[in-house]
Design a protein. Structure first.
Length: 389
């Protein structure tokens, strides 16, 4: 079965796609990763999206328009992926998260927009969407859903391994054999991106190659205030997002610290916040390997900081496991689509905090009748990914 996975993450910079052909051999699922790509949002659309995200006020009219415009952008990216990567049997669209409602340590709801009917109409292929909320209805956080891929990919790693995704938010999955725990650690790129964008430090809105951070010095007083965030003391499972970690959060921290570092020092401090919070949790997990993916793995300041803080841990990109670091989340959602199509759960309860596993998503039919494969009675025990083409 060939599945196209699609996602725009918490950095809301564009749409990542991955075409994966899945073949089940006994208890081992093989994923042949074909066409992958990243399509930036049009500048005007990204600006409108950023302006509508919390804590900014918005209107239902703006949400409706963004739902359509993002859906159309996903549809174009899907059509291009099919054109270049070949026909697919199913498209899985994560869409764009615009709000993740967490209250009292529990996820109450989540909203991803990007109307999937535009994708189905444009490609003629059935679309699985709205993949997080079913886990929330079962008491989970609906995140990090990539933990289902991590559990299968790292199950055989001796000494235990952790998979770290550095997007807007840093999330981690710790795997020891069949035991798994996963949660959101805190901000990865979210706060740095907010500062870089608001102060015009880079035209693309992020600290490319960590250049700004590398030119600054850490403000230890501000860092101490940032590290005192109550979220970090919560026990997993837990999830967070830009509802908490946004530009106003930085300004409030600056006010509490009573310091006004220059731009480079501020970015260096926020980058060090990511290093400290991640390294602390990885060290506590006691794993021998840290497998890193997401945009943050291209930041040499972050990666150098993690390697220095974790001298006994093998820190490297997920590419070595067949999952290109920029495409891993899109591959994960393709996997979730394969699971749903075969009647299998796409969650691991210990990864999200749910009462039990759940089959995920809502299906939008394509051009013809909706026909699903014969259901399977057992989930695969491991996953092997190989890049082809």
């Amino acid at each position: 079965m060939r599945v196209l996975g699609m996602i725009s993450g918490t950095s809301h910079d564009g749409i990542d796609v991955a075409v994966v052909e899945f073949r089940l051999e006994g208890s081992v699922l093989e994923g042949l990763v074909g066409h992958t790509a990243s399509t930036p949002y049009p500048a005007e659309l990204r600006a409108r999206l950023a302006a509508a995200l919390p804590p900014a006020p918005t209107t239902l009219a703006e949400v409706c328009e963004l739902d359509t415009l993002i859906g159309q952008s996903f549809a174009e990216a899907a059509a291009r992926a099919v054109e270049l990567g070949g026909p697919v049997d199913l498209v899985v669209s994560h869409g764009q998260t615009v709000f993740h409602w967490v209250e009292g340590g529990h996820a109450r709801g989540t909203l991803q927009i990007g109307q999937p009917a535009w994708i189905a109409e444009r490609t003629g292929v059935p679309v699985l969407s709205d993949v997080r909320v079913r886990d929330i209805t079962a008491g989970g956080h609906g995140a990090p859903l990539v933990s289902v891929l991590d559990g299968l990919l790292l199950a055989g790693h001796e000494g235990g391994a952790a998979a770290l995704n550095l997007g807007g938010i840093a999330n981690m999955t710790v795997v020891r054999g069949r035991d798994l725990v996963a949660y959101d650690i805190g901000p990865a790129n979210a706060l740095v991106d907010a500062v870089v964008s608001s102060r015009g430090l880079h035209p693309r809105g992020f600290d490319e190659d960590g250049a700004v951070a590398a030119s600054g010095r850490v403000d230890e007083r501000l860092l101490g205030v940032l590290l005192d965030e109550p979220y970090y003391r919560l026990a997993p499972p837990k999830s967070t997002g830009k509802e908490l970690f946004h530009l106003a959060y930085v300004e409030e921290a600056l006010a509490r610290a009573g310091t006004r570092p220059g731009d480079a020092d501020l970015v260096a401090t926020l980058t060090e916040l990511t290093v400290r919070t991640v390294a602390r949790d990885v060290a506590a997990a006691g794993v021998s390997a840290l497998v890193v993916s997401g945009g943050g793995c291209h930041n040499p300041v972050v990666m150098k900081g993690l390697r220095e803080a974790l001298p006994g841990v093998d820190v490297g990109p997920s590419d070595a496991y067949g999952a290109p670091s920029d495409d891993k989340e899109a591959i994960a959602f393709a996997l979730i689509g394969w699971c749903t199509a075969h009647g299998l759960p796409g969650t691991v309860p210990s990864g999200t905090g749910a009462r039990a596993p759940r089959v995920l998503g809502t299906l939008t039919p394509g051009a013809g009748p909706l026909v699903l494969p014969a259901p399977l009675t057992a989930s695969p025990e491991s996953l092997v990914l190989r890049r082809v083409g």
